[in-house]
Design a protein around this ligand. Structure first.
Ligand SMILES: *Cc1c(COP(=O)(O)O)cnc(C)c1O
Length: 398
């Protein structure tokens, strides 16, 4: 053998006796076939076998199977972001002339997709009040192919009655899909509560360290799962095995991270609810939250993500006061080890039910820091919020 050839042919290395605790990273575009007949019939292979890198390696199968197990689903398909998991699912299921019902408090980019790409393809997106089952029922008709649910809703945290919505959707011949990112399957299993499709933004709790983007779609029905897998393949959607092992690593600590973040969040949310400068706290685990009864009935736990508003008399100082944080960072996404806070407004993002509450919301994602340190940082924020205006002027409400 010449050196040129030696350079490209792998050396014989034995795997005997190598029994690691970790899932190996199998990187591949090409997968070799033993003979021409096997190659020619490759697309007749079982949906979990190996055909081409885009359709997954053993590393991908480890993550897909793990998520299917956690959801009690038949099959999981991976996508390069949570947003892609949702939009590719919609594109795979909906046709020109179909209607989709989307909750008014859906994740913002999903609304944007619905009013731009989906509408331009002739798919009618109707936004509904997430708390009003009568309104939802009124939008169901023969063209309604899919009902989308996100519970709690983005930023304003409305809890939806999934078992009842499933009944309404199925009676109308529609599928039910759920964005389950806030709860994760450890705290809520959509497929066991009537949903046909459960999506997770794995970028959040599953990845857990603010360093990857990925999403998953898990379905109850094997036939629907195969349809989605085939459609995702045709759309060219795939993810890197390196990212899969990061998500698999995140899953190993998912339960303890969620427990830690939600116990901090409950303590901080209770403290905020009693704070004189706080107007309202949106967090379903609080008994005062309008979604508390559904959360208690359907969910096993929570996470560290919630929202609050401050008194309108100090609202004009929010942006300046956010600079006072030393521990919490200002940023989007959530579910990492480090706590985040971000200002949000929802008025322009609600079309079914006009938002009449304060529109200077603050969304928090608590991480793994000690809750005393998080509270001390929030106290810095409130001190800055209530400090006399350095310009000598009066704070103006927004
Ligand atoms: C972040 C998020 C998504 C999108 O996930 P990305 O991986 O960031 O694209 C979808 N739904 C919800 C509820 C989210 O919070």
């Amino acid at each position: 053998m010449h050196d040129e050839t030696r350079c490209v042919v792998p050396s014989p290395v034995s795997l005997d006796g190598f029994d690691s605790l970790t899932v190996p990273i199998y990187r591949a575009s090409t997968i070799r076939y033993p003979d021409a007949t096997a190659f020619a019939s490759r697309f007749e292979r079982d949906a979990d076998s190996y055909v081409y890198g885009l359709y997954g390696t053993p590393t991908h199968r480890h993550l897909e199977f793990k998520i299917s197990e956690l959801h009690g689903g038949a099959r999981t398909v991976l996508a390069p972001s949570g947003q892609a998991a949702i939009t590719m699912t919609l594109l795979s299921i909906l046709c020109h002339g179909d209607r989709i019902l989307i909750p008014d408090a859906t994740y913002g980019p999903v609304r944007d997709f619905a009013v731009n790409e989906a509408r331009s393809l002739g798919i009618e997106a109707v936004f509904y009040d997430p708390m009003d089952l009568g309104a939802l029922a009124g939008h169901l008709e023969h063209r309604t192919r899919l009902v989308w649910v996100e519970s709690p809703g983005s930023i304003t945290m409305e809890m939806q009655d999934m078992p009842r919505i499933a009944e309404l959707a199925h009676n109308a011949g529609a599928l039910l899909g759920c964005d389950n990112t806030w709860a994760s399957p450890l705290n809520f299993r959509p497929l066991e509560n009537g949903a046909d499709i459960a999506v997770e933004a794995l970028s959040k709790h599953f990845g857990g360290h603010s360093d990857i983007l990925m999403g998953s779609v898990t379905v109850r029905d094997e036939e629907l799962g195969r349809r989605l897998k085939a459609a995702f393949g045709r759309l060219g959607i795939g993810v890197s095995p390196d990212d899969c092992v990061l998500v698999l690593r995140g899953i190993e600590t998912l339960a303890v991270r969620l427990a830690r973040a939600s116990s901090s969040a409950l303590a901080i949310a209770e403290w905020l609810a009693d704070h004189p400068l706080v107007d309202r706290v949106f967090y379903p685990p609080l008994p005062s939250d309008p979604g508390h009864a559904i959360w208690q009935r359907d969910f096993k736990g929570a996470c560290g993500v919630f929202t609050f508003t401050v008194d309108s008399s100090v609202a004009g100082r929010i942006f300046a006061a956010l600079d006072a944080f030393e521990l919490l960072s200002i940023g989007a996404s959530w579910g990492g080890t480090r706590s985040l806070i971000a200002p949000a407004s929802v008025k322009s993002q609600r079309t079914a039910v006009p938002w009449t509450g304060a529109d200077h919301l603050l969304r928090i994602s608590l991480g793994m820091e000690h809750p005393d340190d998080i509270r001390a940082d929030l106290e810095r924020f409130f001190r800055a919020l209530s400090a006399p205006d350095s310009s000598g002027g009066i704070a103006v409400g927004i």
